[in-house]
Write a protein that binds this ligand. Structure first.
Ligand SMILES: CC(C)(COP(=O)(O)OP(=O)(O)OC[C@H]1O[C@@H](n2cnc3c(N)ncnc32)[C@H](O)[C@@H]1OP(=O)(O)O)[C@@H](O)C(=O)NCCC(=O)NCCS
Length: 157
């Protein structure tokens, strides 16, 4: 089960500071780094489906091929490597968070919150009013992350 959630963007979005982390928009040159991040972040979690690096590259490539909103998708660089990212695309003309992920070594440092709120703020500035996302039932870190940035369950839409 993957319940649907929405985040309302009509109120101001505070973006936290995370020490030494530099947030910037995603570019197509990030493909390989994003795939390495994806593999490291998802292995061992409820959403891991046995992908290897090649599978992760395919997944990022597929994201890049399907209406990605690169300017509203973010990576966090920490000591020269990408430690966290949020990938947003357009789904039925609404911004959709397809992936948010943090390197295992840097989980719990507020990076995903930095990524998600950076994206929310950027989308709000661009006139978007909400974001849609789906969370696998039982993905506790993801539920906690999205609760902390104001996502609410919106079943049946
Ligand atoms: C979900 C994920 C992106 C969170 O990344 P993170 O950088 O560790 O998250 P943050 O440090 O920004 O934490 C954000 C909030 O979630 C909470 N949180 C994060 N991990 C948690 C955990 N394992 N248990 C309970 N709460 C957790 C934090 O306490 C924080 O809330 P708070 O500000 O109220 O304290 C990360 O666990 C991950 O990469 N998981 C694998 C990929 C995945 O499942 N992505 C989501 C589906 S697309």
């Amino acid at each position: 089960m993957k319940p649907r959630y929405e985040i309302d963007l009509t109120s101001p979005v505070p973006v936290p500071d995370v020490e030494n982390a530099f947030a910037r928009s995603v570019t197509r040159d990030d493909l390989d780094s994003l795939a390495r991040l994806m593999l490291d972040a998802y292995v061992g979690t409820i959403d891991y489906e046995g992908e290897d690096l090649e599978g992760a590259v395919d997944e990022v490539r597929s994201y890049l091929d399907h209406r990605p909103l690169l300017q509203h998708s973010f990576v966090a660089e920490l000591g020269g490597e990408i430690a966290s990212a949020v990938l947003v695309s357009l789904l039925d003309n609404t911004p959709f968070i397809g992936y948010v992920m943090t390197l295992r070594a840097h989980k719990g440092e507020g990076l995903a919150q930095l990524m998600t709120t950076s994206s929310m703020s950027s989308l709000a500035e661009d006139g978007h009013r909400n974001i849609v996302l789906y969370i696998t039932e039982g993905n506790k870190p993801s539920e906690a992350l999205f609760r902390s940035v104001g996502a609410v369950p919106t079943p049946g839409r």
